[in-house]
Design a protein around this ligand. Structure first.
Ligand code: APR
Length: 230
């Protein structure tokens, strides 16, 4: 059985990384237009780099939690394929041991040259006039997808959604497209769908089954159940 798992900020919340929406969410405290759009970066690159430098420091100080670990165990022990499509720009899935991971919104620990498209490992602190190691242009940016930009690997993700028997969404509010539409794509292709989330979401009605609770409890329990079905 092929399994595709979409993850969002909620899976990393219990590792101490904040979510985006809700009363304490990042976007209730910071301005999306200033910090997460190409226009905001063009206006004030120093501010945007400062924001992502701080988030990079938080990620480097965080550790994977039992939900990340359970998904890595699922990939290792499940007889079929397991793909994680994450909206998260942290590396906690990889540090937990997951190998088959698509970062549709990019990676905080990678840098991108806006001039030539070269990518490389980001240093802990980035600044706008850092030179690209390939072309030398002072046009470095975090390799993250901002609002108004097209998420990465969409063709490959669409193929995997067409081809999976089980689709799970974990810790994502279902408010940001295209990811919020994946459940419908997978269901139309015949997949069973499951949502694992702290509360009901705006798109809960699109899922066949639900596990309502914190990811560190519900994800390991869900994985145990799946592996026991063999
Ligand atoms: N377990 C499960 N779910 C949780 C937990 C937890 N411990 N803690 C919080 N949540 C839920 C929240 O209730 C919230 O609905 O996780 C959800 C996270 O939703 P968002 O903050 O909207 O994050 P996400 O869905 O990943 O956002 C999508 O929006 O700003 C952009 O690019 C950013 O990738 C991000 C995208």
């Amino acid at each position: 059985m092929r399994i595709v798992i979409l993850t969002g900020a909620g899976i990393s919340a219990e590792s101490g990384l904040g979510t985006f929406r809700g009363p304490d969410g990042t976007w209730s405290r910071y301005n999306i237009d200033d910090l997460a759009t190409p226009q905001g970066f063009a206006r004030n690159p120093v501010l945007v780099h400062r924001f992502y430098n701080a988030r990079r420091a938080q990620v480097l100080a965080a550790a994977p939690n039992p939900a990340h670990v359970a998904l890595a165990r699922l990939e290792a022990e499940h007889a079929g394929s397991v793909l994680i499509v994450t909206q998260n720009i942290d590396d906690l899935h990889e540090r937990a041991g997951s190998r088959n991971v698509i970062h549709m919104h990019g990676e905080l620990l990678r840098a991108l040259c806006a001039e030539c498209g070269h990518r490389w490992d980001a240093p802990p602190e980035m600044a706008p006039d850092d030179a690209c190691p390939t072309c030398g242009a002072p046009a470095t940016r975090p390799d993250v997808v901002w609002f108004g930009e097209i998420p990465y690997h969409m063709d490959a993700i669409a193929d995997h959604l067409q081809d999976c028997a089980l689709f799970a969404a974990i810790g994502t509010s279902g408010q940001v497209y295209p990811a919020a539409g994946f459940v419908v794509e997978a269901a139309m292709a015949g997949a069973q769908t499951v949502e694992v989330h702290l509360t009901a979401t705006d798109i809960s009605g699109a899922f066949d089954t639900h596990h309502v609770g914190p990811a560190t409890q519900d994800v390991p329990a869900w994985v145990d159940g799946l592996l026991a079905q063999r």
